[in-house]
Design a protein around this ligand. Structure first.
Ligand code: PHE
Length: 341
Protein backbone atom coordinates (compact mmCIF):
# COMPACT_ATOMS: atom_id res chain seq x y z
CA UNK A 1 0.00 0.00 0.00
CA UNK A 2 2.68 2.47 0.95
CA UNK A 3 4.60 1.54 -2.19
CA UNK A 4 1.50 2.17 -4.21
CA UNK A 5 1.17 5.65 -2.69
CA UNK A 6 4.84 6.38 -3.41
CA UNK A 7 4.35 5.36 -7.03
CA UNK A 8 1.20 7.48 -7.32
CA UNK A 9 3.10 10.46 -5.97
CA UNK A 10 6.13 9.96 -8.17
CA UNK A 11 4.09 9.47 -11.34
CA UNK A 12 1.86 12.43 -10.60
CA UNK A 13 4.80 14.75 -9.97
CA UNK A 14 6.50 13.57 -13.17
CA UNK A 15 3.30 14.18 -15.16
CA UNK A 16 2.94 17.62 -13.58
CA UNK A 17 6.42 18.60 -14.69
CA UNK A 18 5.40 17.77 -18.27
CA UNK A 19 2.14 19.80 -18.19
CA UNK A 20 3.14 22.85 -20.19
CA UNK A 21 -0.15 24.53 -20.96
CA UNK A 22 -3.08 25.70 -18.93
CA UNK A 23 -5.25 23.02 -20.55
CA UNK A 24 -2.71 20.27 -19.74
CA UNK A 25 -2.54 21.54 -16.19
CA UNK A 26 -6.30 21.31 -15.79
CA UNK A 27 -6.31 17.80 -17.25
CA UNK A 28 -3.61 16.87 -14.74
CA UNK A 29 -5.70 18.26 -11.86
CA UNK A 30 -8.70 16.16 -12.87
CA UNK A 31 -6.58 13.02 -13.37
CA UNK A 32 -4.54 13.23 -10.17
CA UNK A 33 -6.64 15.14 -7.67
CA UNK A 34 -10.13 14.59 -9.12
CA UNK A 35 -12.74 12.18 -7.79
CA UNK A 36 -11.56 9.31 -9.97
CA UNK A 37 -7.86 9.82 -9.29
CA UNK A 38 -5.88 6.72 -8.11
CA UNK A 39 -5.01 8.57 -4.89
CA UNK A 40 -8.71 9.10 -4.14
CA UNK A 41 -9.34 5.41 -4.73
CA UNK A 42 -6.69 4.50 -2.12
CA UNK A 43 -8.06 7.02 0.39
CA UNK A 44 -11.62 5.86 -0.32
CA UNK A 45 -10.70 2.24 0.34
CA UNK A 46 -9.13 2.96 3.76
CA UNK A 47 -12.15 1.45 5.45
CA UNK A 48 -11.47 -1.91 3.90
CA UNK A 49 -8.00 -2.12 5.47
CA UNK A 50 -6.91 -3.71 8.71
CA UNK A 51 -7.45 -1.42 11.60
CA UNK A 52 -3.75 -1.62 12.41
CA UNK A 53 -2.63 -0.64 8.92
CA UNK A 54 -5.12 2.21 8.52
CA UNK A 55 -3.33 5.07 10.41
CA UNK A 56 -0.03 4.70 8.54
CA UNK A 57 -1.65 4.42 5.12
CA UNK A 58 -4.11 7.23 5.90
CA UNK A 59 -1.37 9.53 7.09
CA UNK A 60 0.83 8.82 4.08
CA UNK A 61 -2.17 9.20 1.75
CA UNK A 62 -2.94 12.64 3.15
CA UNK A 63 0.72 13.60 2.90
CA UNK A 64 0.73 12.66 -0.79
CA UNK A 65 -2.51 14.61 -1.34
CA UNK A 66 -1.10 17.75 0.28
CA UNK A 67 2.15 17.36 -1.64
CA UNK A 68 0.30 17.05 -4.96
CA UNK A 69 -1.96 20.02 -4.13
CA UNK A 70 1.02 22.15 -3.20
CA UNK A 71 2.93 21.12 -6.33
CA UNK A 72 -0.13 21.87 -8.43
CA UNK A 73 -0.58 25.33 -6.90
CA UNK A 74 3.06 26.17 -7.41
CA UNK A 75 3.03 24.94 -10.99
CA UNK A 76 -0.20 26.77 -11.81
CA UNK A 77 1.20 30.01 -10.42
CA UNK A 78 4.39 29.63 -12.44
CA UNK A 79 2.33 28.89 -15.54
CA UNK A 80 0.18 32.00 -15.00
CA UNK A 81 3.23 34.21 -14.55
CA UNK A 82 4.86 32.77 -17.66
CA UNK A 83 1.73 33.36 -19.74
CA UNK A 84 1.46 36.95 -18.53
CA UNK A 85 5.09 37.48 -19.37
CA UNK A 86 4.59 36.09 -22.87
CA UNK A 87 1.47 38.18 -23.45
CA UNK A 88 3.31 41.33 -22.43
CA UNK A 89 6.16 40.48 -24.72
CA UNK A 90 4.08 39.73 -27.85
CA UNK A 91 1.41 42.43 -27.40
CA UNK A 92 4.12 44.94 -26.57
CA UNK A 93 2.65 48.42 -26.09
CA UNK A 94 5.08 51.15 -27.04
CA UNK A 95 3.97 54.08 -24.94
CA UNK A 96 6.49 56.35 -26.64
CA UNK A 97 4.50 56.28 -29.93
CA UNK A 98 2.86 59.63 -30.74
CA UNK A 99 -0.89 59.72 -30.10
CA UNK A 100 -3.53 60.13 -32.77
CA UNK A 101 -3.49 63.78 -33.87
CA UNK A 102 -6.69 65.68 -33.19
CA UNK A 103 -7.89 67.66 -36.19
CA UNK A 104 -7.77 71.35 -35.31
CA UNK A 105 -9.93 73.79 -37.20
CA UNK A 106 -8.58 77.09 -38.47
CA UNK A 107 -9.80 80.27 -40.07
CA UNK A 108 -10.92 80.11 -43.68
CA UNK A 109 -8.48 81.95 -45.99
CA UNK A 110 -11.20 84.44 -46.94
CA UNK A 111 -11.87 85.12 -43.25
CA UNK A 112 -8.17 85.69 -42.63
CA UNK A 113 -8.05 88.31 -45.38
CA UNK A 114 -11.27 89.92 -44.17
CA UNK A 115 -9.89 90.26 -40.64
CA UNK A 116 -6.67 91.77 -41.95
CA UNK A 117 -8.75 94.34 -43.86
CA UNK A 118 -10.93 95.05 -40.79
CA UNK A 119 -7.95 95.76 -38.59
CA UNK A 120 -6.28 98.06 -41.13
CA UNK A 121 -9.44 100.14 -41.49
CA UNK A 122 -10.09 100.01 -37.75
CA UNK A 123 -6.69 101.66 -37.26
CA UNK A 124 -7.83 104.40 -39.65
CA UNK A 125 -11.03 104.98 -37.70
CA UNK A 126 -13.50 102.98 -39.81
CA UNK A 127 -16.21 101.02 -37.99
CA UNK A 128 -17.81 97.86 -39.33
CA UNK A 129 -21.38 98.38 -40.44
CA UNK A 130 -23.41 95.26 -41.24
CA UNK A 131 -26.01 95.45 -43.93
CA UNK A 132 -28.54 92.91 -45.21
CA UNK A 133 -27.81 90.39 -47.98
CA UNK A 134 -31.41 90.21 -49.15
CA UNK A 135 -32.17 93.62 -50.59
CA UNK A 136 -34.83 95.55 -52.40
CA UNK A 137 -34.39 96.66 -55.99
CA UNK A 138 -34.66 100.19 -54.59
CA UNK A 139 -31.55 99.92 -52.41
CA UNK A 140 -29.49 97.76 -54.74
CA UNK A 141 -30.16 99.96 -57.80
CA UNK A 142 -32.52 102.91 -57.64
CA UNK A 143 -31.08 104.73 -54.64
CA UNK A 144 -27.63 104.16 -56.15
CA UNK A 145 -28.61 106.24 -59.15
CA UNK A 146 -29.74 103.36 -61.34
CA UNK A 147 -33.41 103.82 -62.20
CA UNK A 148 -35.34 100.90 -63.74
CA UNK A 149 -34.02 99.98 -67.16
CA UNK A 150 -30.76 101.85 -66.60
CA UNK A 151 -28.19 100.09 -68.79
CA UNK A 152 -25.66 99.92 -65.94
CA UNK A 153 -27.88 97.32 -64.30
CA UNK A 154 -26.60 94.87 -66.90
CA UNK A 155 -23.29 94.76 -65.02
CA UNK A 156 -25.07 93.41 -61.97
CA UNK A 157 -27.52 90.75 -63.04
CA UNK A 158 -28.82 89.09 -59.91
CA UNK A 159 -31.14 86.53 -58.34
CA UNK A 160 -34.73 87.62 -58.07
CA UNK A 161 -37.00 86.13 -55.42
CA UNK A 162 -40.66 85.32 -56.00
CA UNK A 163 -41.52 88.44 -54.00
CA UNK A 164 -41.49 91.40 -56.41
CA UNK A 165 -38.44 93.68 -56.08
CA UNK A 166 -36.77 91.50 -53.43
CA UNK A 167 -33.37 90.41 -54.68
CA UNK A 168 -30.01 89.18 -53.46
CA UNK A 169 -27.64 92.14 -53.36
CA UNK A 170 -25.12 92.27 -56.17
CA UNK A 171 -22.68 94.45 -54.24
CA UNK A 172 -22.30 95.89 -50.77
CA UNK A 173 -23.03 99.40 -52.08
CA UNK A 174 -26.72 99.40 -50.96
CA UNK A 175 -25.27 99.42 -47.43
CA UNK A 176 -24.01 102.96 -48.17
CA UNK A 177 -27.58 104.22 -48.24
CA UNK A 178 -28.56 102.23 -45.14
CA UNK A 179 -25.60 103.68 -43.27
CA UNK A 180 -26.28 107.24 -44.45
CA UNK A 181 -29.94 107.03 -43.48
CA UNK A 182 -28.98 105.74 -40.05
CA UNK A 183 -26.19 108.23 -39.30
CA UNK A 184 -27.39 111.40 -41.11
CA UNK A 185 -26.49 114.21 -40.38
CA UNK A 186 -23.37 112.91 -38.58
CA UNK A 187 -20.12 112.30 -40.46
CA UNK A 188 -19.57 108.65 -41.42
CA UNK A 189 -16.54 106.41 -41.59
CA UNK A 190 -17.55 102.77 -42.04
CA UNK A 191 -16.63 99.61 -43.89
CA UNK A 192 -19.39 97.24 -44.97
CA UNK A 193 -18.24 93.67 -45.42
CA UNK A 194 -20.43 90.84 -46.58
CA UNK A 195 -21.56 88.30 -49.11
CA UNK A 196 -22.81 89.41 -52.53
CA UNK A 197 -24.51 87.47 -55.29
CA UNK A 198 -24.54 87.71 -59.04
CA UNK A 199 -26.29 85.69 -61.64
CA UNK A 200 -23.48 84.73 -63.90
CA UNK A 201 -21.61 81.85 -65.34
CA UNK A 202 -19.35 80.20 -62.78
CA UNK A 203 -15.74 80.20 -63.89
CA UNK A 204 -12.31 80.14 -62.29
CA UNK A 205 -12.54 83.92 -61.92
CA UNK A 206 -16.19 84.46 -61.03
CA UNK A 207 -18.62 82.71 -58.76
CA UNK A 208 -22.27 83.46 -58.06
CA UNK A 209 -21.41 84.42 -54.50
CA UNK A 210 -18.41 86.26 -53.17
CA UNK A 211 -17.34 88.68 -50.47
CA UNK A 212 -17.02 92.40 -50.84
CA UNK A 213 -15.76 95.03 -48.46
CA UNK A 214 -17.35 98.40 -49.10
CA UNK A 215 -16.02 101.57 -47.59
CA UNK A 216 -17.81 104.86 -47.05
CA UNK A 217 -16.67 108.20 -45.66
CA UNK A 218 -19.04 111.17 -45.58
CA UNK A 219 -18.38 114.57 -44.07
CA UNK A 220 -17.64 118.20 -44.81
CA UNK A 221 -14.68 118.81 -47.11
CA UNK A 222 -14.04 115.15 -47.90
CA UNK A 223 -12.06 115.26 -51.14
CA UNK A 224 -10.66 112.95 -53.78
CA UNK A 225 -7.26 113.40 -52.07
CA UNK A 226 -8.74 111.80 -48.96
CA UNK A 227 -9.91 108.88 -51.08
CA UNK A 228 -6.48 108.46 -52.69
CA UNK A 229 -4.63 108.86 -49.41
CA UNK A 230 -6.83 106.40 -47.53
CA UNK A 231 -6.68 103.73 -50.21
CA UNK A 232 -2.97 104.15 -50.88
CA UNK A 233 -2.32 103.82 -47.17
CA UNK A 234 -4.52 100.76 -47.05
CA UNK A 235 -2.50 99.21 -49.90
CA UNK A 236 0.78 99.88 -48.09
CA UNK A 237 -0.49 98.33 -44.87
CA UNK A 238 -1.94 95.36 -46.72
CA UNK A 239 0.85 94.63 -49.20
CA UNK A 240 3.94 96.32 -47.77
CA UNK A 241 5.36 99.81 -47.46
CA UNK A 242 7.06 99.77 -50.88
CA UNK A 243 3.92 98.97 -52.86
CA UNK A 244 2.90 101.59 -55.42
CA UNK A 245 -0.68 102.31 -56.41
CA UNK A 246 -2.30 103.92 -59.41
CA UNK A 247 -5.80 105.20 -60.10
CA UNK A 248 -7.46 104.79 -63.47
CA UNK A 249 -10.63 106.59 -64.51
CA UNK A 250 -13.68 104.35 -64.55
CA UNK A 251 -17.43 104.66 -64.32
CA UNK A 252 -19.97 103.73 -61.69
CA UNK A 253 -23.44 105.27 -61.62
CA UNK A 254 -23.19 105.92 -57.87
CA UNK A 255 -19.83 107.73 -57.82
CA UNK A 256 -18.57 110.78 -59.71
CA UNK A 257 -15.75 110.85 -60.56
CA UNK A 258 -15.06 107.12 -60.42
CA UNK A 259 -11.83 105.16 -60.52
CA UNK A 260 -10.25 101.75 -60.29
CA UNK A 261 -7.27 101.34 -58.03
CA UNK A 262 -4.40 99.08 -59.06
CA UNK A 263 -1.51 98.04 -56.85
CA UNK A 264 1.90 97.26 -58.18
CA UNK A 265 2.12 93.50 -58.57
CA UNK A 266 3.53 92.18 -55.27
CA UNK A 267 4.45 88.90 -56.89
CA UNK A 268 6.98 90.35 -59.36
CA UNK A 269 7.39 93.87 -57.90
CA UNK A 270 5.97 95.37 -61.07
CA UNK A 271 8.37 93.68 -63.45
CA UNK A 272 5.57 91.66 -65.05
CA UNK A 273 4.59 88.05 -64.41
CA UNK A 274 1.80 85.58 -65.05
CA UNK A 275 -0.19 86.75 -62.00
CA UNK A 276 -0.40 90.37 -63.23
CA UNK A 277 -0.64 89.21 -66.84
CA UNK A 278 2.68 90.94 -67.53
CA UNK A 279 1.23 94.38 -66.86
CA UNK A 280 2.99 94.90 -63.53
CA UNK A 281 -0.34 96.00 -61.96
CA UNK A 282 -3.16 94.25 -60.12
CA UNK A 283 -6.66 95.68 -60.10
CA UNK A 284 -8.10 95.42 -56.59
CA UNK A 285 -11.02 97.81 -56.17
CA UNK A 286 -13.51 100.28 -57.61
CA UNK A 287 -14.00 103.66 -55.96
CA UNK A 288 -15.08 107.26 -56.39
CA UNK A 289 -16.68 110.32 -54.84
CA UNK A 290 -20.23 109.58 -53.70
CA UNK A 291 -22.62 110.85 -56.37
CA UNK A 292 -24.71 113.89 -55.26
CA UNK A 293 -27.91 111.96 -55.98
CA UNK A 294 -26.78 109.15 -53.66
CA UNK A 295 -25.83 111.62 -50.91
CA UNK A 296 -29.27 113.16 -51.28
CA UNK A 297 -30.92 109.70 -51.12
CA UNK A 298 -29.02 109.14 -47.88
CA UNK A 299 -30.35 112.40 -46.44
CA UNK A 300 -27.22 114.56 -46.88
CA UNK A 301 -27.18 117.92 -48.65
CA UNK A 302 -24.59 117.51 -51.43
CA UNK A 303 -23.80 121.21 -51.39
CA UNK A 304 -22.61 120.86 -47.78
CA UNK A 305 -21.44 117.23 -47.56
CA UNK A 306 -19.23 115.13 -49.74
CA UNK A 307 -17.89 111.62 -49.43
CA UNK A 308 -15.93 108.84 -50.99
CA UNK A 309 -16.73 105.15 -51.38
CA UNK A 310 -14.90 102.07 -52.52
CA UNK A 311 -15.63 98.39 -53.00
CA UNK A 312 -13.07 95.61 -53.05
CA UNK A 313 -13.18 91.85 -53.47
CA UNK A 314 -11.19 90.35 -50.59
CA UNK A 315 -11.20 86.88 -52.17
CA UNK A 316 -9.45 88.35 -55.17
CA UNK A 317 -6.78 89.70 -52.85
CA UNK A 318 -6.42 86.28 -51.22
CA UNK A 319 -6.15 84.68 -54.66
CA UNK A 320 -3.43 87.09 -55.68
CA UNK A 321 -1.51 86.74 -52.42
CA UNK A 322 -1.57 82.95 -52.33
CA UNK A 323 -1.73 82.37 -56.10
CA UNK A 324 -5.07 80.58 -55.77
CA UNK A 325 -5.97 79.79 -59.33
CA UNK A 326 -9.68 79.14 -59.02
CA UNK A 327 -12.22 81.14 -57.00
CA UNK A 328 -14.39 78.04 -56.69
CA UNK A 329 -11.94 76.53 -54.18
CA UNK A 330 -13.18 78.95 -51.55
CA UNK A 331 -16.54 77.28 -51.07
CA UNK A 332 -15.86 73.68 -52.02
CA UNK A 333 -14.85 72.74 -48.47
CA UNK A 334 -11.99 70.62 -49.76
CA UNK A 335 -9.61 70.07 -46.84
CA UNK A 336 -6.67 69.68 -49.21
CA UNK A 337 -7.21 73.34 -50.11
CA UNK A 338 -8.20 74.67 -46.69
CA UNK A 339 -5.36 73.01 -44.78
CA UNK A 340 -2.81 75.03 -46.71
CA UNK A 341 -3.74 78.24 -44.90
N1 PHE B 1 -20.15 98.36 -56.08
C1 PHE B 1 -19.12 98.35 -57.09
C2 PHE B 1 -19.01 96.94 -57.67
O1 PHE B 1 -19.56 96.03 -57.15
C3 PHE B 1 -17.78 98.76 -56.50
C4 PHE B 1 -17.77 100.16 -56.01
C5 PHE B 1 -18.11 100.46 -54.70
C6 PHE B 1 -17.43 101.21 -56.85
C7 PHE B 1 -18.11 101.76 -54.23
C8 PHE B 1 -17.43 102.51 -56.41
C9 PHE B 1 -17.76 102.77 -55.10
O2 PHE B 1 -18.38 96.73 -58.66
Amino acid sequence: MLDQLNTIEAEALAALAAAETTAALEAWRVAHLGRNAPLMAVLGDLGKLDKAARPAIGQRGNEVKRALEAAYAEHAEARRAAEMEAALRTGALDVTLPGRPRALGRLHPATQTLRQIYSIFADMGFQIYRSREVESDEYNFELLNMPPHHPARDMWDTFYTTTPNVILRTHTSPGQVHAMREFCPEPIRVILPGMCYRYEQITARSDIQFYQVEGLAVGRNVTFSDLKGTLSDFARRMFGQQVRTRFRADHFPFTEPSAEMDVECFVCDGRGCAVCKHSGWLEILGCGMVHPNVLRNGGYDPTVFSGFAFGMGPQRITMLQHRVEDIRYFFQNDLRFLEQF
